[in-house]
Ligand binder design. Sequence first.
Ligand SMILES: *Cc1c(COP(=O)(O)O)cnc(C)c1O
Length: 385
Amino acid sequence: MNLSDAETFISPNVRPTVAIIDLDKLASNFRAIKALCEPDTKILAVVKANAYGHGAVECSKTLAAAGADQFGVAIVEEGIELRDAGISQPILCIGGIWPGDEERVIRHNITPVILTTEMAERLNRAAAERQTTVDVHLKLDTGMGRVGVVLDELPSFIDTLLNLKNIRVTGVMTHFAAANDPNETEFTERQIADFYRGVELLRSRGIQPEILDMANSPAAVLYKSSHGNMIRPGGLLYGFGDILPSGSRVEGIEPVMSLRTKVAMVKDVPAGASIGYARSFVTQRASRIATLPIGYNDGYTRSLSNKGEVLICGKAAPVIGRISMDWTTVDITGIPEVSAGSDVILIGSDGSESITADDVAAQCGTISYEITCGITSRIPRIYIK
Ligand SMILES: *Cc1c(COP(=O)(O)O)cnc(C)c1O
């Protein structure tokens, strides 16, 4: 999309700061991921956290049309949002369920991932009261060290499970700690082996899960042996690059979100002028400053102060001074064609120049995920096809 197209999506009557979500790119990223898999491997599209900030409902509809088999959410509320929007595919709640969620997962047909015996017992009780049986997936902790049943405890977990007649284990999963790290191949391969040891143990006790899934985005790309019969990509769907080791990329994957605004005002200041809170930047020369209507309350994080860069008129302009709650200042001394109303790209491309979420993340010491997840609800999402 070029800038004049973007123009048509930004209403002249509101603050011009928007996130543009390219649903065609989302669909083509899905197809690029699908091409990495055997034809019968299912894809669970991870759309937790409002699809990593991209908008869960719109993204899920696009992904469903592209052929996503299941959806993954972190909390029950996110699953209900998808059901209310008409998503009919299985929804896996990968963050388990909290006390009080039982009735809602049953009513909305959301498949919870069981992380503890307590969770299994609680859901079983709720299902028994309603004289129903609930399908669940079981999370094995093979090395993430966060949630799930560790292998040493699996035998006693199975003892408990076999007494719970109102839940049925239809899937088993695990999650990788470092599938993106070429120095951790041995660890990742051990996780895969331990996962299958766990699956064998379940089978030997008469529990026959149909769905076996391990792979997040980097594992889906780098470990075919982790595909099981379903993969669970998130970041790759949205076009992040920093999930893979530097140098590797997947053909056809492109960023889905761009973040844009327009220059609110331009001012000329002399050498020695301080800009913004705490006077953290002082001009070394007579300078032209553009003020942008975006700040840390929009998720343009304060840690980009004096570090970030934006594109205006196809050229890079450095963020100078502190980013404040609602405003950001950039130095446009070298770009004389900028005026109030000029288009600004904070994430995205303009001609041959581009700034990705990966670049922004690198500038402030985090990962692309945190950048797009952090774009707050104050910024309208504009969906284009
Ligand atoms: C978030 C998440 C994923 C997706 O991970 P990506 O790195 O975004 O592909 C997969 N599985 C689980 C359990 C997750 O929590």
